[in-house]
Design a binder for this molecule. Structure first.
Ligand code: ATP
Length: 839
């Protein structure tokens, strides 16, 4: 399209003299364009003078301001790159998505005559199919992660079983402990290296970035195949490495990646793409699928389809309508059911559907409450808010420290993760061996001793059982070959094996305790965080002493703060719940002490503590209430959970933002919240728009476009309408040879096409390009009288990327992007609310 020579000229006319000048045009896609107006007379002069600087127009300097591309770029680049004030700056690397659908000539032409009922029905059906596959895919993923953790853990214990066995008798337990630590550190190092070197976007839970993406910020690499691999494999390794983290948060991110991949309908294959279908090829469509993927991930993780959907609504997605909520809920439900089916099938009873999610709180036998208990719940919630903000503040300080000193070199990030793993193991073993919290209370159930211990104990017991099995084999060889006998023997063997295992479990749990008693520290530390959470929620009243609960809270809290933000794939849900359950239990013990006649059970206090702690850290209310209610399967306690989450959020918000929002702020992401910032009613668009505006002509020299795009960070340019018939011989303008399919094909553009990758000869640069077919013909514009809240709502509600400010003659006089809005933030200083402008 750029080879046809043409003369670029334009009308000197004002609105009156030029009939075309009232038309607003926005070019979109190379990459995206803003608006329009008509050419100012002075622009004509600039073209005649043959300057190669981009044209700029400002009504305030009454004519034309020439600003070289590089000067403007320099001005903008100073923002935020090296600023040390982490939460006070926006990072210029983040670009926006265009959730507003572009209305170009090309799109209009494509729509004509293609609205047949059959096509519409097919489009609808295929969209439902994609949402269905998101649910199924996420379920496979969740089940895969769970099963991988179980199987590899088995191998891990197999590796050290002999040492444990031998050293238990010879008193050299330090040997297996050291080996255990070595294995943990090794696994964590591999997980951290995977995330750090393959795709750093896979670090952490990924929810803050998914939230930013759904808000309209482009996060390069977030939805890539590399991120998917690093996330899924990484989370398995983090858990096996013994870090204080869970796999639930990362499931939301992995679900989102899977959804985006399914939506794009192509598989990357050795640098090339295999195209399967091309239904969803714009930001708008992919955004909705990612919301469904995130919801399905949470649903599969907790077995909570409603909670997952609400989590996506509350925490992640920024744009909603009823149909989308329905589709997202559909995906979440499919994900929950399929995960249940797959995990039950893995356990050998697929039809019983007994595993609704990766983590369950298990049913509380007696989850009732008295109204007089509500003040205690409120107290717990307030503590949750306080400790939650402490967690956020400490993690913030640590994140800033990491960004300043540790994250300059990749290997330091990896090493830090390894160190945390070693420290976690040292802390656990130190507490288990030194704190003799011996109790005779029976653990609530086998869940108190999770897979890790079961496998370990099985291994521990293996040597004796091996001897036993050998004896049996000998018997068989001595002529017992009758089939019935064999079956009976097998059953007996299994029973004996179970008995030995339970005996051995108790042995391991003893760790220095005599008689029938066992060490409660080992119950808390020798399990995965999920197992530990269940123990704290359900174990009988006298299982844990006050001292061991306090020690657990302090150590696990510090480990949780240190672990979140490491360069590993990890989630914060489960550790937060476990910390809260521990101090909730502690408060429960106090209540039982004070009112021995009324209160006999500490489980519900542990549950409220867990909810409050998580609420105090994340500040999510609706979805967490529903997730916890779905996890416990008891709606009657929903009110108490809701109250505690609400209060922990209020208390927490008084001190800091939530953990995810803090992450967003530290990364300098220009996130637009639901509402405009307070105190901005008297700020007008003229105060925060950028000017002069860099514009393009509707038929523009290729070299000029190239210079504007490569020399500048801007992505949207108002296109100034001109009347080509004035100077250009008719018929010489290139006809449009680009179809919508070609146009949409390279989606997503920024990852695939970089302007600097396009090589243009001097002859090419002298050619002209007709931008008319691609530009947005009906862009949103604002006049100078628009106030900030109004512009904010326009941006937020419509998912805009650029807004052009025009004067009465429809001339572009200013440009507003999300960065112009996001830099206004209200902060409390000395008890007063102040409006702050970030750099
Ligand atoms: P995004 O990065 O969100 O994709 P963009 O690159 O076009 O959009 P920003 O990086 O947000 O723009 O722009 C930074 C600053 O440049 C903002 O203050 C914005 O108002 C200004 N700006 C953007 N486009 C233009 C333009 N065509 N002319 C003048 N200023 C502009």
């Amino acid at each position: 399209t750029v080879h046809s020579p043409s003369v670029v000229t334009f009308n000197e006319g004002s609105k009156k003299s030029n009939p075309l000048s009232t038309k607003n045009c926005v070019y979109s896609r190379i990459p995206y364009f803003g608006v329009v107006g008509n050419a100012h007379p002075s622009l004509l002069r600039s073209r005649e003078e043959g300057t190669d600087s981009c044209q700029t127009f400002s009504p305030f300097n009454r004519g034309l301001a020439y600003i070289r591309v590089k000067d403007v770029a320099k001005r903008w680049r100073q923002y935020g790159v090296d600023s040390p004030r982490f939460r006070k700056r926006l990072h210029s690397k983040w670009e926006s998505m265009n959730y507003d659908q572009v209305d170009s000539q090309l799109k209009r032409k494509n729509r004509e005559g293609k609205q047949s009922k059959k096509k519409l029905a097919w489009e609808m059906l295929s969209s439902w199919l994609v949402y269905f596959s998101i649910g199924i895919g996420t379920a496979f993923l969740a089940a895969g992660v769970q099963i991988a953790v179980e199987l590899i853990a088995h191998q891990k214990f197999e590796l050290i079983k002999d040492f444990f066995d031998r050293c238990d008798k010879q008193g050299c337990l330090y040997q297996p402990v050291l080996i255990w630590m070595g294995i943990n550190a090794g696994i964590t190092l591999v997980g951290a290296a995977l995330v750090t070197y393959v795709q750093p976007m896979a670090a952490g839970s990924g929810i803050p970035l998914i939230k930013s993406y759904l808000n309209g910020v482009r996060v390069p690499g977030l939805l890539s195949l590399r991120a998917f691999i690093a996330k899924c494999v990484g989370v398995v390794l983090s858990i096996l490495g013994g870090l204080a983290c869970g796999k639930e948060g990362p499931m939301a991110h992995s679900g989102g990646i899977m959804a985006a991949g399914l939506g794009k309908g192509r598989i990357p294959w050795f640098g090339k793409d295999i195209n399967i279908y091309g239904l969803f090829r714009n930001d708008h469509n992919i955004r909705d699928l990612v919301a469904a993927g995130a919801a399905s991930g949470v649903s599969a993780a907790f077995g909570a389809p409603i909670g997952g959907t609400l989590f996506s609504v509350e925490e992640a997605a920024s744009f909603w309508n009823t149909e989308l909520v329905w589709k997202v809920f559909f995906s979440a439900m499919i994900a929950c059911f399929s995960t249940n089916f797959l995990l039950s099938a893995f356990e050998g009873h697929p039809t019983q559907l007994s595993n609704p999610g990766l983590v369950r709180f298990n049913t509380f036998p007696n989850l009732t409450f008295d109204l007089i208990e509500i003040p205690v719940f409120i107290l717990i919630a307030a503590i949750g808010g306080l400790t939650g903000s402490l967690f956020v503040v400490m993690n913030y300080k640590l994140t800033v420290f990491r960004q300043k000193y540790l994250h300059r070199k990749k290997w330091i990030k990896v090493l830090e993760a390894g160190l945390v793993s070693v420290v976690s193991a040292v802390a656990a073993f130190f507490l288990m061996f030194t704190v003799k919290d011996c109790t005779e209370a029976d653990p609530y159930n086998s869940h108190a001793i999770t897979t890790k211990v079961i496998i370990m104990v099985t291994m521990l017991n293996n040597s004796s059982s091996n001897n036993h099995v050998d004896d049996d084999n000998d018997d068989n060889e001595n002529g017992h070959d009758d089939e019935d006998d064999e079956e009976e023997e097998e059953e007996e063997e299994e029973e004996e094996e179970d008995g030995r295992m339970i005996k051995a479990m108790m042995m391991i749990r003893k760790l220095g305790c005599s008689g029938e008693s066992h060490n409660s520290m080992s119950t808390m530390f020798l399990t995965t965080p999920e197992g530990c959470l269940k123990s704290l929620l359900h174990d009988p009243l006298e299982t844990y002493s006050v001292a061991s609960l306090i020690l657990f809270v302090v150590i696990f809290f510090l480990l949780g703060v240190w672990t979140y933000g490491l360069s590993v794939s990890s989630g914060v849900f489960i550790p937060s719940l476990a910390i809260g359950a521990a101090w909730g239990r502690l408060i429960g013990l106090g209540v039982v002490q004070l009112f021995p006649d009324q209160a006999k059970d500490v489980g519900k206090y542990a549950l409220i503590g867990a909810a409050s702690q998580l609420g105090g850290i994340l500040r999510t209310t609706i979805s967490l209430t529903v997730i916890i209610v779905e996890c416990t399967g008891d709606i009657s306690f929903g009110l108490c959970i809701m109250i505690s989450l609400m209060i922990s959020k209020w208390v927490g918000d008084f001190f800091t933002t939530g953990l995810y929002d803090m992450n967003v702020e530290v990364s300098g992401i220009p996130l637009l919240s639901w509402e405009p910032p307070p105190l901005c009613d008297d700020i007008y668009v003229s105060d925060f728009m950028s000017q002069p505006v860099m514009t393009l002509l509707s038929v523009e020299r290729v070299g000029h476009i190239y210079d504007c795009l490569s020399g500048e960070s801007f992505n949207g340019f108002p296109v100034i309408e001109q009347d080509p018939s004035v100077f250009c011989p008719e018929g010489q303008l290139p006809r449009n040879q680009v179809s919508l399919k070609d146009f949409d094909n390279p989606y997503p553009v920024p990852q695939r096409l970089k302007i600097k990758d396009i090589e243009l000869s001097e002859a090419d640069k002298q050619c002209v390009m007709d931008l008319t077919p691609y530009m947005n013909l009906t862009p949103y514009t604002a006049s100078l009288g628009f106030s900030m809240p109004r512009v904010f709502r326009l941006f937020r509600g419509l998912g805009l990327r650029h807004l052009v400010v025009v004067n009465d003659s429809m001339e572009p006089i200013g440009m507003v992007t999300r960065k112009d809005l996001a830099k206004y933030r209200a902060e409390i200083k000395k008890g007063m609310l102040h409006m702050e402008q970030l750099t």
